[in-house]
Design a protein. Structure first.
Lengths: 243, 371
């Protein structure tokens, strides 16, 4: 599904990601862990195609196609999607109108899908204006459900979400990633940034990576890595800085 | 002077231009109409009982010169425009009177069409008597054959009586060689509501106006909203003023202005003269191409207990918003147009749905061509 090779990324004059290599197969969901400021969100935004992140070296291959120089909408059309941690507020743009624009033709399902995520009353509201943490995430999941990407990046899907909403969001993300399907038939892939790991109670993941100072330092079983981080913090990662 | 253009002569293209201003020559969902082509009054009629749509001349004859209303809220000496209109021996324009307690569900459409004339002049008087509710959509357009340019001088006087309401929605669709000088003012009495909406998405050489509402009555309300785009060569000097005299009176002045190379002067003035009054002025501008947006918000309070505020902001499209929509699959042009459409979305409290839809449709039409 996704192959990142030798990726170097600059923001302004500063290189922030160094030599990233990552392979995510079809049907797999990976977890990206790491301390604040380590470059996790930068990696996701780079994969999405945000223009402020300049790829200076390496490439991103999606479904066998080199997408390194493609704009965000071209990647989205090929099946890349993202749940943003802090999406912008867009004054005057109604959530319902954006959903129609995303779905293009199949708009009849929108009211029902909105209802399933308790967002039916938000369709006439400006995107993210005055939304609570949970509402923002439900709006993001709703947009992704309609967009129906093959590869879904989730930037801290549980942040700012209360206990009640986390199961709703977790289960919705689970179905986006086809967790209800047999592992052999699963075609959707994902990459999740999480700090707390709560989201992992609702969906199984296949592999974990730890990012430190713009580099992926180690890989392994996601629960095991998370357990270790919960016990020791990122101390060992920090030690990785100067091996 | 050339002969005024006649209704059957309106070309298909001009009919479409008129339709963009909300004017429906077939009169669907309209309860009455006034149509003036150049200086020729083609229609002045209303099917609704208790609401009169008269030509200015006929109204003067019928109501003995409308002494209480004509030139009472706009002074004929105000400027060159009003002097020109006042000096006309054969005055044009319309008088609309909603008699006591009447209510028009479908709006009256007033269409002022400039076909050939160099200067089109009108003097309009609009009266909503006690408890009446009157909705007017005024579409102003010029024909494709106005070659050398033209000017529109329009004086409008509004009277909103006790517990009455007037909404006046003006949609302009002039062209690059037309200059427009509306001069209008209103008086709003106790519990009266005056809504004034202005939309101009199309090129115009010059528009200059500064409508004023004097809120004389207790708890009277005025809301002005303007949604405009200035293309290169367009010069739009727009303002609105509310004078809060009645206790508990309030006003809201909202502007959304976009320049694509033209000039917009966005003025606004709220004067709180009485305790218990409230006013808010808001101007948001977006510069898409180098041009000018000059916002001049003024608030003036002279007594304890008046609460006035303003916010003005001029900026650019946020890259983050465009890319957010691109990440959902919209290309850059679609994302940009979607954000601009959102920016221009102004919902006017108290406006009938049909008129809000008309305003939305007029902005949607501009969206189709990517603004």
């Amino acid at each position: 599904m996704l192959d990142i090779k030798n990726l170097h990324v600059k923001v302004g004059d500063k290189e922030v990601l160094h030599d990233i290599n990552l392979h995510i197969g079809e049907g797999e969901t990976h977890v990206l862990l790491g301390p604040n400021g380590s470059g996790k969100t930068t990696l996701l935004m780079t994969i999405m195609g945000y223009s402020q992140y300049t790829i200076t070296e390496g490439k991103i291959v999606f479904k066998g196609e080199d997408v390194t120089n493609m704009k965000a909408h071209e990647r989205a059309k090929r099946g890349v999607g993202m749940l943003f941690q802090r999406p912008p507020t867009i004054s005057g743009l109604k959530l319902g109108k954006l959903l129609s624009a995303i779905s293009r033709t199949k708009t009849e399902d929108i009211p029902e899908l909105a209802k399933s995520l308790h967002m039916d009353k938000f369709l006439e509201r400006d995107i993210n204006k005055g939304f609570s943490g949970g509402e923002i995430k439900r709006s993001e999941v709703l947009q992704l459900t309609i967009q129906n990407p093959d590869f879904i990046m989730l930037d801290e899907p549980e942040s700012g979400v209360d206990i009640e909403n986390i199961s709703l969001i977790g289960n919705a993300i689970g179905s986006l990633l086809e967790k209800d399907k047999h592992i052999a038939k699963r075609q959707k892939s994902g990459l999740i940034i999480t700090h707390t790991g709560y989201i992992l109670d609702y969906l199984e993941t296949d592999r974990g990576h730890v990012m430190c100072d713009g580099q992926i330092k180690c890989h392994g079983n996601p629960r095991e890595i998370l357990k270790d981080i919960k016990q020791h913090g990122y101390k060992e990662c920090l030690e990785c800085r100067n091996p | 002077m050339s002969q005024p253009v006649k209704l059957p002569e309106i070309s298909k293209a001009d009919r479409e231009r008129l339709a963009q201003t909300g004017i429906d020559l077939e009169m669907k969902n309209r309860c009455g109409r006034y149509l003036q082509m150049d200086q020729d009054v083609v229609h002045a009629e209303c099917a609704e009982e208790g609401i009169e749509v008269l030509s200015y001349k006929k109204a003067m004859e019928k109501y003995d010169g409308l002494k209480e209303y004509a030139w009472k809220v706009v002074s004929p000496e105000k400027d060159e425009i009003t002097k020109y209109v006042a000096a006309q021996k054969d005055p044009k324009g319309y008088v609309i009177i909603a008699h006591k307690g009447t209510n028009n569900i479908f709006p009256i459409q007033a269409c002022l069409f400039l076909g050939r004339e160099q200067i089109q002049h009108v003097h309009n008087i609009i009266i909503a008597e006690e408890g009446a509710e009157l909705h007017i959509i005024s579409g102003c357009s010029s024909g494709e054959h106005v070659g050398t340019g033209g000017m529109h001088y329009g004086v409008s006087e509004f009277y909103v009586k006790k517990n009455a309401k007037i909404s006046f929605t003006m949609i302009h669709n002039w062209s690059e060689n037309i200059e427009v000088y509306p001069r209008s003012a209103s008086i709003v009495e106790e519990n009266g509501v005056f809504l004034s909406n202005y939309v101009c998405m199309q090129p115009v050489k010059k528009v200059q106006m500064y409508p004023t509402a004097t809120l004389k009555g207790a708890n009277s309300v005025a809301r002005f909203s303007s949604v405009v785009i200035a293309t290169p060569g367009s010069y739009m000097d727009l303002g609105s003023r509310a004078i809060l005299e009645g206790p508990g009176s309030s006003a809201e002045l909202v502007t959304r202005a976009i320049t694509k190379g033209g000039t917009i002067l966005s003025r606004g003035h709220i004067n709180g003269k009485t305790a218990g009054t409230r006013g808010h002025l808001e101007c948001k501008g977006l510069i898409l191409k180098d041009g000018l947006i000059y916002a001049v918000p003024e608030i003036e309070g002279s007594v304890v207990g008046t609460e006035l505020s303003h916010e003005a902001a001029v900026g650019k499209l946020a890259r983050e918003e465009i890319e957010y929509l691109m990440s959902r699959g919209l290309d850059e042009d679609e994302a940009t147009a979607t954000i601009i459409r959102g920016f221009l979305d102004v919902k006017i409290s108290g406006l009938p749905e049909a008129l809000q839809k008309q305003i939305d449709a007029s902005i949607d039409e501009a969206e189709k061509s990517g603004f």
